[in-house]
Design a binder for this molecule. Structure first.
Ligand code: SAJ
Length: 477
């Protein structure tokens, strides 16, 4: 009887060298935190030398962090571990062979969410590369968000085919989903509990050993690999569901002539033990790389096992309905803009529409899957002329984004606020109206950042998501 995995780990001894594949929003902070652990002697960051991301290799090896946006503590930590000689970035995957544990943090975007087919190509090629340099007693951990069943399924198959080794006997395999958040990358990794799921108990325990040292406050929560995949996709599915629930309420409040924010305050006042309502905030849409796709991962996972699913006949998934509601919100913003323009005898065609905010989340430069993009496409398709302001987004291929708010407001017939950047918290209605050059410009507030009455008093035509109490106001001449 050959030795088992536990013996293979024991023979290798404690984890000393760690590899992190994928130098992105997840991999860079993870690698820096691993490198800062006294017990880990070396961390290799693996990054393909591709035209779009290869520049990160040299940057990281200079001790510079290539991520945009405010990430407290990250640049200093990268500099510290590079100077200490404990972290290096390389395109040379053969260095995987010298690692005791390798984590893979590669994005899994969807080619087209409608067909539920995620693009696993980048992840699978990284798994293949890792498999080629696998040796006995190593641990492989997938951090990317994947369709439930991937770790114990195709990922295991690729690793075994490339290495000739057997998962669960010769090497360990686990899923430990990341929970990073733009703007709080380091904090989330240190403070959030960490879900760790192995294909077998020995893999789970070895993966817990890997992550424990970087958890300042959080604890590891062990489970199976497939349960960890379901947990990750479900935790984001539930957030998307919560947002859809309040977006639906906002649409209802508009139709019934009340303010969703007054209603929300009442609902949120229920704070007794066990009866709280986790009501979130309505808005111009849901962007980002988590909530826009994780529901589809979860749905695909169960679709692949639908033989075992008991479900009410003909009913659509609640989770997919939530996605449809959230994806409707940028369209609703178009409808509000059109209704506002109609009040002053205008249409989108021939009008200039200023978009304030291109990032998908406030006070960040991250614009992945931004709802502003959906709005812009719809307005342009109807003959509108769009200008975009964002004080955080560095550059967006094919979109002219200005940092000069006055210039963007120049001549605008309507303004749509899409992102709750702090720069929009003190917009001056009189100054902005003068910039538009119109007597009754339109403003559509998608993030509840302006005071409706202050703008209405200055002659603006106001529309706001969830503001059924204000959306039919008298126009002040
Ligand atoms: N949004 C709303 N209303 C809300 C909250 C968010 O419309 O009440 C919109 C935002 O404007 C944005 C999108 O949803 O367009 C996503 O916002 P987010 O705050 O969920 O930020 P993400 O996409 O970075 O989500 C991350 C996720 N974290 C991980 O995947 C580790 C998510 O699971 C977290 O719950 C979330 O951060 C968080 O807690 O802030």
């Amino acid at each position: 009887m050959g030795r088992n995995l536990g013996e293979a780990f024991a023979e290798r001894g404690p984890i000393r060298t760690v590899g992190v594949v994928g130098m992105g929003y997840v991999g860079i902070p993870a690698a820096a935190l691993f490198a800062d652990v006294p017990g880990y002697t070396m961390v290799w960051g693996f990054q393909r030398d591709s035209p779009t991301s290869g520049y990160k290799i040299a940057m990281l090896n200079r001790g510079e962090c290539p991520l945009v946006g405010e990430e407290p503590g990250l640049s200093a930590l990268v500099q510290k571990v590079v100077r200490a000689g404990k972290f290096r970035c390389t395109p040379d995957f053969s260095k995987v062979a010298g690692c005791d544990a390798v984590t893979l943090a590669i994005q899994t975007p969807f080619r087209d969410p409608k067909d539920l087919e995620p693009d696993f190509t980048p992840l699978f090629s990284a798994i293949r590369e890792t498999g080629r340099h696998l040796s006995e007693g190593m641990l492989v951990v997938l951090e990317s968000t994947v369709t439930p069943g991937t770790t114990a399924g195709i990922a295991r198959e690729i690793l075994e085919a490339e290495s000739g080794l057997v998962a669960g006997r010769d090497f360990g395999l686990a899923h430990a989903p990341e929970r990073v958040m733009v703007g709080r990358l380091l904090r989330n990794l240190r403070e959030h509990d960490r879900i760790v799921g192995g294909i077998d108990p020995a893999s789970t325990e070895r993966a817990c050993e890997l992550y424990r040292p970087i958890l300042a406050k959080g604890r590891v929560i062990p489970m199976t690999a497939t349960a960890a995949e379901v947990e990750k996709t479900a935790e984001n599915t539930f957030r998307d569901l919560q947002i859809a629930a309040v977006n639906q309420l906002a649409l209802y409040c508009e139709a019934m002539g009340v303010s969703v924010y007054e209603v929300r305050e009442g609902i949120a006042s229920l704070r007794e033990e066990g009866v709280t309502r986790a009501i979130l905030w309505p808005g111009a849409g849901v962007g980002g790389h988590c909530l826009t796709k994780d529901t589809y991962h979860l749905e695909r996972g169960v679709m692949l096992r639908s033989a075992g699913l008991d479900w009410p006949e003909g009913e659509k998934s609640l989770y997919l309905t939530a996605r449809a509601i959230n994806d409707f919100m940028p369209k609703h913003m178009v409808h509000l803009a059109k209704a506002g323009l109609h009040r002053v005898g205008k249409t989108l065609r021939g009008s200039k529409i200023a978009i304030l905010g291109w990032a998908f989340i406030a006070n960040s430069g991250d614009a992945r899957n931004t709802p502003s993009g959906v709005f812009r496409e719809l307005v342009v398709a109807e003959g509108g002329d769009v200008s975009v302001h964002d004080p955080w987004v560095e550059n967006e291929p094919g979109i002219a984004i200005s940092r000069d708010l006055d210039a963007v407001m120049e001549g605008a017939d309507a303004v749509a606020i899409f992102t709750g950047h702090r720069e929009y918290n003190a917009l001056d209605p009189a100054h902005l109206r003068r910039l538009t050059g119109h007597v009754h410009p339109v403003i559509v507030d998608g993030r509840n950042v302006i005071d409706p009455d202050a703008f209405i008093r200055e002659g603006w035509v106001y529309k706001g998501i969830g503001r059924g109490d204000k959306n039919s106001h008298e126009i002040v001449s």
